[in-house]
Design a binder for this molecule. Structure first.
Ligand code: NAD
Length: 500
């Protein structure tokens, strides 16, 4: 389905949507073995959207067995890189042809603004598969510098069966970030999408089959994280788990691995990311708009959300005034409306958590200068106003904990050393952005900040060519995107040959 970014076209397309609600195991849709289902809620209305299969450990086991069988049979793992590339490129084409449908699924299921789903998540996810597909038949193995009587080849081989556990904030895109490199390198996979947002990933599995991905290579099991996520992580038939989600659950995964088969665990976790604005920064209007995007985009339900604005004391009032002015552009509303920039939060419990953080900001003495309330109550949806606190102290809860909502804390500094210390004063280290027109300072500060991605004079997560992941408690072991993501899903083998 193609879709025009117009209210009328969107309204007409919604009733045509068909939800895939069963698990996808061994190339076909199946009910959960126990026959149980659960309601996926539309966060914009608070009402049930679809009834999905509530998978349990037995379903995970069936999916892992299918994945293992496909891996051992070599129907994907031993195909030439050029053949795997062709299938994944077909999948990227199919995603583009169906981008309207995929965008609507994420919009309804996750409450993400349709404009973002249709212009970013959908096309970027297809591009992600295309990028990883294009890379595989261009990546050479190595020959070690041995003596003349030996040849030692260093080759990469697929790991085997990978579990991919996804968050709800970018359902399709996080699937692409994981599946692109996992499939490109020849692995079989069992995906556990977030309980709240499984619809686009379930449809993606069907498109992958249509593209020619053999049965059993890609399986999707919807359901509760504590039930099937845990079952997947403890399963002895799984060789690695790639996870994007909270630091809290990431910690559990390391325990599950230790208690089972020491499977490899790749963790992409939370963030409390700084945006640092120096007194020699450029155009303040531009910076104000970038800074708002950095914190309010995707309702702040974004691991790279720049939720701490660390600004030079001299500039603070001026920048904040511009940001409050531009915040009017951040229209809160129905995510199906192309004008909406801020949709609902994912669910009622998360809305309450964000409202509690806002309350704690007030209680601990920060000054609320924008928003701060639940809004659009009549819709039944979980909407909150974009919110800014001034006068935040580094010890306050809102300056330390990941809120995962549209809430900005503004802190001030006087010297460069103080700015760096504030930026690094967090258990996390995922992203950071900094603004200065002094090139030496940009380089110095970018290197001093302990984070996986530092963007200078913009808010950016890089693109498909750059690795994405965290320092400190924002990550463990690996990176998403780029060729670096391929290697974490491979074993490294030495083949030593004696020639005389
Ligand atoms: P979450 O940790 O609650 O859930 C993530 C996934 O883990 C879900 O699929 C969930 O069902 C599953 N899960 C829950 N309990 C489990 C268990 N005991 N065992 C196995 N799996 C389990 O996180 P979330 O609320 O879905 O996502 C938000 C978090 O993700 C935020 O902290 C955010 O910063 C982080 N995130 C990080 C990145 C990154 O690239 N670093 C990207 C997006 C989101």
């Amino acid at each position: 389905m193609t879709l025009k970014l117009e209210s009328k076209a969107i309204k007409a397309a919604v009733p045509q949507l068909k939800f895939r609600t069963q698990a996808f195991i061994d190339g076909r849709y199946v009910n959960a073995i126990a026959g149980k289902t659960y309601d996926s809620i539309n966060p914009a209305t608070g009402k049930p959207l679809a009834q999905l299969a509530a998978c349990e450990a037995a379903d995970v086991d069936a999916a892992v067995k299918a994945a293992r069988r496909s891996f051992e049979q070599g129907v994907w793992s031993t195909r030439s890189p050029a053949e795997r590339k062709a299938v994944l490129l077909r999948l990227a084409d199919l995603m583009e042809q169906n981008v309207g449908e995929l965008a609507l699924l994420d919009c309804l299921d996750a409450g993400k603004p349709i404009t973002d789903c249709l212009t970013m998540d959908g096309p970027d996810s297809a591009h992600c598969f295309r990028w990883h597909a294009e890379a595989i038949d261009k990546d050479y193995a190595q020959v070690a510098p041995t003596g003349p009587d030996q040849v030692a080849m260093i080759v990469r081989e697929p790991l085997g069966v990978i579990g991919a556990i996804l968050p709800w904030n970018f359902p399709l895109q996080m699937a692409a970030w994981k599946l692109g490199p996992i499939l490109a390198t020849g692995n079989s996979v069992v995906v556990k999408p977030a309980r709240q947002t499984s619809l686009s990933v379930l449809r993606l599995a069907e498109l992958a089959a249509e593209a020619g991905l053999p049965e059993g290579v890609l399986n999707v099991v919807p359901g509760s994280g504590s039930v099937i996520g845990a079952a997947l992580c403890k399963h002895p038939g799984v060789d690695a788990v790639a996870f994007t989600g909270s630091t809290e659950v990431g910690r559990l995964l390391l325990q599950y691995s230790a208690e089972s088969n020491l499977k490899r665990i790749v963790l992409e976790l939370g963030g409390k990311n700084p945006q640092v604005v120096f007194d020699d920064a450029g155009d303040l209007d531009y910076i104000a708009q970038q800074a708002l995007s950095c914190v309010f985009w995707n309702m702040g339900e974004n691991c790279s959300s720049g939720s701490r604005l660390i600004v030079h004391r001299k500039l603070k009032n001026k920048l904040l005034a511009r940001m409050i002015e531009f915040s009017k552009d951040w229209i809160v509303g129905n995510p199906l409306d192309p004008a909406t920039k801020v949709g609902p939060l994912i669910e009622a419990s998360h809305l309450n958590k964000v409202l509690e953080y806002i309350e704690s900001g007030k209680q601990e003495g920060a000054k609320l200068v924008l928003g701060g309330r639940r809004t659009l109550l009549k819709t039944g949806g979980f909407f909150v106003e974009p919110t800014i606190f001034d006068g935040v102290k580094p010890t306050m809860t809102i300056a330390r904990e990941e809120i995962f909502g549209p809430v900005l804390s503004v802190l001030t500094f006087d010297t460069e050393a103080e700015a760096i210390a504030l930026a690094n004063d967090t258990q996390y280290g995922l992203t950071a952005s900094l603004y200065t027109e002094n090139l030496s300072r940009a380089n110095r500060v970018a290197r001093a900040i302990r984070a996986g991605t530092v963007s200078v004079n913009c808010f950016s997560e890089g693109d498909a060519t750059t690795p994405f992941g965290g320092y400190k408690q924002s990550g463990f072991f690996g990176r998403d995107k780029s060729i670096f993501a391929h290697y974490q899903y491979c074993e490294l083998k030495t083949i030593w040959m004696q020639l005389t």
